[in-house]
Design a binder for this molecule. Sequence first.
Ligand SMILES: [Mn+2]
Length: 290
Amino acid sequence: MLLNTYEPWKFAFSTETDFKNIKKDSFGIIGVPFDSTTSYHSGARLGPIVVREASFGFEKYNTIFDTDLNVVFYDFGDVNVIPGNCEATCNIVEDTIRELVDLNIKPIVIGGEHSASIGVVKVLSEIYDKLTVVHLDAHRDLAFDFVGEKYSHATVMRRIHEFGVDLVQIGIRSSSKDEEEFVKSTYNIKTFKNKDAHRHMDAIEYYLTNIDTPIYLSIDMDVVDPAIAPDVGNPTPGGLFTSEIEDLIRSLACKNVVGMDVVETASDRLGDTTAVNAAKIIYDFLSLID
Ligand SMILES: [Mn+2]
């Protein structure tokens, strides 16, 4: 397993890692401190550190959902990325996820730029006959290439769609004409734009509740409104609010979620509000599963 040897912060409430006695079907966190294809605000390589640090602000009792965070989960540390080489880093993430899956661990990836999702979904799409990727993002990330690069934070969902998964995109409020045409030309991409989330959350929750395949959840922190989560790679006004994210996580936590990522937190400040919101999403999810 390609993990750094230094001991980073572990996510709050995580269980001490003993590879001889790993609890099967548990979730395991890995960080991907990588941001080499970032096009606007850089700094996502520090996301795994600041999100883990922010996790220590929460109580074991989750007041919002009236649950305790008692589930066994692990924090395996960060993968060794290759700065400047996105495709090679994607391959390292893929190898690491394969090893986690061999241990019957379901991955929770903290980014890092969004390209971290590619290797994760590649492995999971090979394991599960049918897989639905629920993608919370201000952007579609469906460009075939971005400034000539096939492996980029802006092409993530296009690469993932090529693995044959169904895609549900929620919170979308920025895209290109080409991306919209691509969506129209496919049969398996469902879109809920940001206004759907503001006005018709019930319809989104109903749709998610009826997904009958395993689910991979990919959350770009720019789906959240930049008023409360400003430190992301591409801040985009008009995003979702905390209570809307809570509604979505509650709907998904009772489904068969086989992995998730929370990416694009770009900050080097401890206590950063974007990092706190990213940590809360992971904390809420873990509070809601058995
Ligand atoms: Mn985005």
